[in-house]
Write a protein of this length. Structure first.
Length: 296
């Protein structure tokens, strides 16, 4: 059964041009399926596999403790693999064609409240060696809702502090123009005037935020810095870069911003992705009702 898996992986790489990461994920799913089939003494060969065996395998994976999202990845890999086999082998039936995909679990994003954000930002002292840079970064993350990858790649030529906008390139190489809040603009200006010049080296590019070696910062380094400042601020929550983006969207919605505007600012291709923040905001309504209503 391994020969067909190798042929399929070659197809994904050469004809579909899919990433190594995706190929590895598919390989793990299919090899696990083949091992399960062998352990259960099913007839050798993919032609002998039917809908019942596929369903039994996915049920086995779920009983093994896998999250619904991981079981879904297995199901998707099996479905596209059998489509490949049907097309290449000329089979008349596809046992995975009617396979129902497990529904992904929906987790409400955790957010910081306004006071927690204030404490996080004020934990960064201007006297810290890279305090102006780090304050500017966190202010921009929160005021504009950037992804950490967009923050790392942000360039000087795409920043207009006088107009109060920054242009970023997000997922799918889509660019969008995002307003920069006044506090963020002020701290960025201070960093550009006094904090960035000492970091510049002959190999430095046009990235806004630089490491002490004059290179652009990595997402991992920004993650470390946020953890450091969250601990200093005494925040017990699991604080990470994307949490600033979640907080940005939730606070906008709570302030009355239109969901379509938030979708545009976040760079979501589908409004359904943005709608999760309406559930976060509604969860806060229950607390308000319980606190202030006589029958809450």
């Amino acid at each position: 059964m391994s020969t067909e898996i190798e042929q399929f992986l070659m197809y994904l790489a050469t004809e579909r041009g899919l990433s190594d990461h995706y190929q590895l994920s598919v390989q793990r799913s299919l090899e696990t399926f083949a091992q399960w089939a062998g352990a259960n003494r099913l007839a050798p060969g993919w032609k002998s596999i039917g809908p019942v065996q596929i369903t039994d395998f996915l049920a086995f994976r779920k009983r093994s403790g896998l999250q619904a999202a991981s079981v879904r990845l297995d199901a998707v890999a099996i479905r596209i693999f059998f489509r490949f086999l049907v097309a290449r082998r000329g089979w008349t039936e596809n046992p995975a064609e009617m396979l129902a995909l497990p529904r992904p679990e929906k987790h409400l994003p955790h957010t910081l409240n306004v006071e927690q954000v204030r404490r996080l930002l004020e934990s960064i002292s201007p006297a810290d060696p890279q305090g102006p840079r780090d304050r500017a970064m966190l202010e921009l993350l929160y005021s504009s809702g950037l992804r950490v990858s967009e923050l790392c790649a942000a360039r000087l030529e795409n920043l207009d502090l006088d107009a109060g906008f920054i242009r970023v390139t997000g997922k799918g190489t889509k660019t969008r123009l995002i307003p920069v809040g006044a506090p963020a603009a002020a701290t960025i200006r201070q960093y550009l005037d006094a904090g960035r010049p000492p970091l510049v080296r002959r190999w430095t590019g046009a990235e806004i935020f630089l490491s002490v070696r004059g290179k652009k910062l990595t997402p991992q380094r920004i993650w470390q810095l946020i953890k450091q400042y969250a601990a200093r601020a005494g925040l017990e929550e699991n604080v990470y870069p994307h949490l600033m983006r979640h907080s940005f969207a939730t606070h906008l919605l709570g302030g009355g911003a239109d969901l379509r505007i938030i979708q545009e600012l976040l760079g979501h291709a589908d409004i359904s992705t943005t709608q999760i923040y309406t559930h976060v905001e509604k969860s806060g309504l229950k607390a308000v009702l319980k606190k202030f209503h006589p029958r809450g």
